[in-house]
Design a protein around this ligand. Structure first.
Ligand SMILES: NC(=O)c1ccc[n+]([C@@H]2O[C@H](COP(=O)([O-])OP(=O)(O)OC[C@H]3O[C@@H](n4cnc5c(N)ncnc54)[C@H](OP(=O)(O)O)[C@@H]3O)[C@@H](O)[C@H]2O)c1
Length: 255
């Protein structure tokens, strides 16, 4: 936790139209936070806003359309939300895509799409968030990485895992640069959590937990402003050590 861990009242979440982003919005609204929610499917955002307002009539929920692969729109939307809410205390870079194909099998299109959303899109979001934070002199950046970032992974996950390692390094770079200054950085490494990306009937997904349970661990870690957290901690924190250090033949059997 940072020395100045205060309540982060005004929170922007990208990829809030489904899965982990939508559930983070529900759980943070229950804690009385003001929300700025974006994604491409604005009908889903409007429904979520209605749902949150029905449960918490005094909640403040702003919604805007955003495609994170449109650089200009990322900056415009983040600035507009900053103006809507009078500042941003936390930005959660969550929008992501799980598509992928083994490298060299003719599907560069899907791997590129994942790289553009998960890395280039996350870079634009980080730039836009840090611009706001540097202007106001404070802010908490939360990056949603993945347990797949712990090690290079095979087949359909190779590109996805690489993007998730890359976004964790973006945050690490900022953490070094801004050490001792009033900014906080959290990298979340979720294991398997039910969402559109990972539906409840998914087979062969060890440790799959409900959206509510997985996101509770994510919210707890961001509220404590942990530098990094495997979420939920069990089984993923111990497994992260295995993933990082397993010799190749063992890793190949595990993944
Ligand atoms: N669920 C898991 O087990 C798991 C594990 C590790 C990491 N994660 C990470 O958690 C994050 C959330 O994923 P999820 O599991 O909640 O999956 P999800 O239900 O599929 O949600 C993905 C979200 O990202 C948004 N998104 C996708 N492409 C976008 C684009 N071009 N521009 C703007 N928004 C875009 C989607 O909104 P629109 O389609 O409306 O734009 C949606 O709100 C992702 O970064 C994912 O990699 C998930």
């Amino acid at each position: 936790m940072t020395a100045m861990a205060t309540v982060r009242q005004r929170i922007l979440i990208t990829g809030a139209s489904s899965g982990l982003g939508a559930e983070m919005a529900r759980q943070l609204a229950a804690r009385g936070r003001d929300l700025a929610l974006c994604a491409r499917r604005t009908d889903r955002l409007e429904e979520l806003r209605e749902e949150i307002l029905a449960a918490h009539p005094r909640a403040s929920v702003a919604v805007r359309a955003l495609d994170v692969t449109d650089d200009d729109q990322v900056f415009e939307v983040f600035r507009a939300f900053r103006d809507d809410l009078g500042g941003l205390d936390r930005v959660v870079v969550n929008a992501g895509l799980g598509k992928g194909a083994p490298l060299g099998t003719g599907r560069h299109d899907v791997n590129r799409e994942t790289a553009m959303v998960n890395f280039v899109g996350a870079l634009a979001q980080t730039e836009a968030a840090m611009e706001v934070f540097r202007d106001q002199g404070h802010g908490h950046l939360v990056m949603v990485s993945s347990m797949s970032a712990m090690r290079g992974l095979p087949r359909t996950v190779t590109t996805y895992a690489a993007t998730k390692a890359a976004v964790a390094h973006l945050v690490e770079g900022l953490r070094v640069e801004l050490h001792g200054q009033p900014y906080a950085f959290t990298v979340l490494y979720p294991g398997y959590i039910v969402s559109e990306m990972n539906d409840a009937n998914a087979t062969g997904k060890p440790g799959l937990v409900s959206t509510e349970k997985g996101v509770r661990a994510m919210v707890e870690a961001m509220e404590k402003e942990k530098a990094e957290a495997c979420v939920p901690p069990l089984p993923w924190a111990p497994l992260s050590v295995v993933m990082k250090h397993a010799p190749l033949p063992l890793l190949k059997r595990l993944v």
